[in-house]
Design a protein. Structure first.
Length: 170
């Protein structure tokens, strides 16, 4: 089992427009996670369809309505995508991000600390839930998402100061 993993995180339009990307990114950096890819972009409908439905199977999990409102929310502006690398990084990042619904996300998690909204409110008002960022759910999803958002030449290999402590080899 390879314990060094890569995960995709995408700062959604709400995070970019609120100007809190740097502050949140520093949470990840402080844990020792390594930035191996970074870019700002405003993806097309097709790009998001591939991300949320082809890879994320969102329509079957959450329904067509939730999918539609999420896509219009994501179209509200540019996003900033990162690939982060580290020891069992995928689960670690999801733990730091917190659960999907801000109302249920625990204090101390990114969604719990930086967002507030419920599924009930989103459904009633037919809006997407602005919950700061996307993070890959598991290894398979991470591999597909990274390949979808980044080309090989946009991903980098280098050594961080943290690796002396986190990536000791047998
Ligand atoms: P997560 O982002 O936690 O992995 P999902 O993949 O299930 O969650 O959903 C993708 C995104 O779609 C969520 O982060 C949220 O912004 C939005 N979303 C999910 N369900 C709903 C819903 N019922 N109403 C509005 N927006 C939703």
């Amino acid at each position: 089992m390879d314990t060094i993993e890569r995960s995709l995180i995408v700062f959604k339009p709400d995070a970019v427009q609120r100007g809190i990307v740097g502050e949140i990114l520093s949470r990840f950096e402080k844990t020792g996670l390594k930035i191996v890819g970074a870019k700002m972009l405003q993806p097309s409908y097709d790009h998001y369809f591939h991300h949320y439905e082809k890879i994320g199977k969102m329509i079957s999990r959450r329904g067509q309505k939730a999918f539609d409102v999420t896509l219009s929310m994501m179209n509200e502006g540019p996003v900033i995508a990162f690939v982060l690398e580290g020891v069992e990084a995928i689960a670690l990042i999801r733990k730091m991000v917190g659960v999907t619904e801000p109302k249920s996300a625990l204090p101390g998690t990114i969604r719990g600390d930086y967002s507030h909204m419920s599924f009930g409110h989103a459904d009633l008002n037919e809006v997407g839930i602005p919950n700061i960022l996307h993070a890959s759910g598991d290894k398979e999803e991470a591999a597909q998402e990274i390949a979808h958002w980044f080309s090989e030449t946009e991903l980098f290999t280098y050594t961080t100061a943290h690796e002396k402590f986190t990536q000791t080899k047998k």
